[in-house]
Design a protein around this ligand. Structure first.
Ligand code: UDP
Length: 363
């Protein structure tokens, strides 16, 4: 059985690290990766292939940048050409990026079945490009691998239920469990910025368009983090999009004691940094969950989240970046807090379950 998996952006490499290994273990599935090129910097792409044992992409389309239509359109055409030549039995896509939508749409038009990992997530905010991508991808997929019961319920409300939908758990939980061991065994020292800090710290990441493309929100975040850094060190690995937006706005990344703006780090360093952070402040979907996996309190820089279970259980709270004083207050409240014990993301065997289901249904 031949599968082509479409990846393109950082979180997809991490999900693929879990699922590709499980597909390989079946012994009967041949998987080849198509990288759209959406993320291309060494620290946004290659480092994940080097460190996480993901198979080298068979194809790299080198398509990145441009506005949504231009990027998705170019990816769609590039993926279509490969699929026409290769005629795989199935195309696998992850999450909610432009690469996800391009992969799903190209396959559906060629009548190649699509499997969507991380199906059913909804923010119910159609202004988010990710929400558009995930809704459309779900509706053209034959296999919907939902990470949570809430995701299954969302699919059902949109008419997708029955044999098509599999609640398998979250492959990012599998990855966090497995690679925590790998990171520990690697025994590499803590990243330089933290070794330099040597003190308790909060870890912050942001890259969502609603924050980077809105000057007010971005200014509020930078101000609040800077103010927080007077109370506890703040380490912020900056996504290239965020760095670009901060520079365009002229906000400046003040070299202020306690505030560590650093380049993006590889996943093994990232999970180590998360594990020892006192607080996580983020607009990332993946990082919200990793905060919970490692029992760290989390403040989410958004108006809503797809991972509602963590709000209910008290591990996470929403802090829309409207005012820096309010955001700073949310961080202070979260510091030292914890949530209720819950287990919404499965048993760490989501990837194995996906591989088994595909193997059985395609056999
Ligand atoms: N991540 C990383 N290095 C960083 C920042 C994040 O490896 O410098 C990882 C993080 O641990 C998580 C994933 O990237 O597993 C989240 O990706 P991102 O925030 O880009 O996307 P989202 O999860 O919001 O779709």
């Amino acid at each position: 059985m031949n599968i082509i998996t479409i990846v393109g952006a950082r979180p997809q490499f991490i999900k693929a690290a879990a699922v590709s290994a499980a597909l390989l273990r079946t012994g009967s599935i041949t998987e080849r990766l198509l990288h759209t090129g959406q993320h291309f910097d060494d620290n946004m792409s290659s480092v994940f292939f080097r460190e996480l044992g993901i198979p080298e992409p068979h194809w790299n389309l080198g398509i990145s940048g441009g506005w949504h239509g231009a990027m998705t359109g170019a990816q769609l055409a590039g993926i279509e050409t490969v699929l026409q030549e290769q005629t795989p039995d199935l195309v696998l896509v992850y999450g909610d990026t432009n690469s996800t939508l391009a992969g799903a749409l190209a396959s559906a038009k060629l009548h190649i079945p699509v499997a969507h990992v991380e199906a059913g997530l909804r923010s119910f905010n159609r202004r988010m490009p990710e929400e558009v991508n995930r809704v459309l991808t779900d509706h053209v997929s034959q296999w919907l691998f939902a990470p949570t019961q809430a995701a299954v319920d969302n699919l059902k409300r949109e008419g997708m239920e029955g044999e098509q939908v599999h609640c398998v758990g979250d492959v990012m939980y599998d990855a966090a469990l497995h690679f925590s061991e790998v990171a520990r065994a690697r025994g590499k020292p803590t990243p330089a910025a933290l070794a330099a800090a040597g003190r308790p710290y909060a870890l912050a990441t942001m890259h969502r368009a609603e924050n980077t493309d809105d000057p007010h929100r971005l200014r509020v975040i930078v101000e609040a983090l800077s103010a927080l850094s007077a109370e506890i060190d703040v380490v912020c690995p900056l996504h290239p999009r965020t760095r670009g937006a901060i520079e365009r706005l002229g906000l400046g990344l003040a070299a202020q004691a306690g505030m560590h703006w650093i380049d993006p780090v590889g996943y093994l360093d990232m999970i180590k940094m998360e594990q020892s952070a006192q607080l996580i402040v983020t607009d990332s979907g993946g990082v919200q969950k990793e905060a919970f996996f490692f029992h760290r309190p989390c403040v989410t820089l958004r108006d809503e989240t797809e991972w509602v279970e963590l709000l209910d259980a008290g591990w996470n709270r929403l802090a829309p970046p409207q005012s820096s004083a309010t955001l700073l207050a949310a961080c202070r409240t979260a510091l030292g807090s914890s949530g209720r014990p819950v287990n919404p993301y499965g048993e760490g065997d989501a990837a194995a379950r996906i591989a088994r289901i595909l193997q059985e249904t395609l056999a």
